[in-house]
Design a protein around this ligand. Sequence first.
Ligand code: ZN
Length: 345
Amino acid sequence: MKAVYLTEQGAPDVLKYGDLPEPEVGPGQVLLRVRAAALNRLDVFLRAGARGQRREFPKPHIPGCDIAGEVAALGAGVASLQVGQHVVCNPGVTCGRCEYCTSGNDNMCEQYRMTGVARDGGYAEYVMMPEENVHPIPDDWDFGEAAAIPLTMLTAYHMLITRSALKPGDSVLIMAAGSGVSAAALQICKLMGARVIATASGEEKLRRARDLGADVTINYRENPEFAAAVLEATGGKGVDIVFDHVGATVWDQNYRAMKRGGKFITCGVTAGYDVRLHLGQLFSRQLTLMGSFMGTKAEMRQVVKLMERRAIHGVVAQTFPLRDASKAHELMESREFFGKIVLQP
Ligand code: ZN
């Protein structure tokens, strides 16, 4: 099969396009014909060997966490799917046995393996997935739009609904609204009747954020002291929830922007890990700081229900043919796009 793979880490041109063997399907597994794979920031870290993703390649590795496609073949014992069905995948493969898996917290699984990172992913014509990670979707969903959903929507769902207990009427500050996870968060906030203040680095991204329902938008490139604007937009109180994946460069402003009793939640860092924490303010303002990673299998089912009802949609910035994966990575690194970048085999 045709695939894009890594045999070393480095600049975008280490992504090779060529022929690799089709995956073999064992019991309980499903062979999918990939129709679209969406990029995530994680793909760039893995390719570059950055952010804890340094590794050796005893065999070629196929990246790609977010996959939409068609069921091509079923392994022994697979009963919930049929050949030809259109599907999206939950990229998180878990053991099903540890204390986290058996308590419904499978995104904390001790043997969590991310598709495209710890196992071969979707930059290929075919991929193998466990049955439990494969979810049918209506046939009228565009594959590129469907591939744009799982990782970001699952992450945003877990952060907002489960961890932050988002309520109708809450105010949420969403960092870097041009990113896939923020576009997902914006949609969840609007479904829940929350008020959204979104930041982005340019006017076009702010306009797109308003199209997705952002109530207030702030250009943080022009206004790096954006906490003042957040306080002004909330009657001096601050927001109930700060939704972040940027990190150190916006930390001080995010900390200031929380209201008393407010919550800060992060799912990643693109601009620095180390921050200064004022413990006095943490207790006196009764703030909550939370970290989050992916989402559970139960939450993925909720996301698919939202897809069935067309209550959410995938935000696709640009689509590339699979062989141009390195160009797609260059665009990802430029940050000059809104939503998800998609590859199509
Ligand atoms: Zn487990």
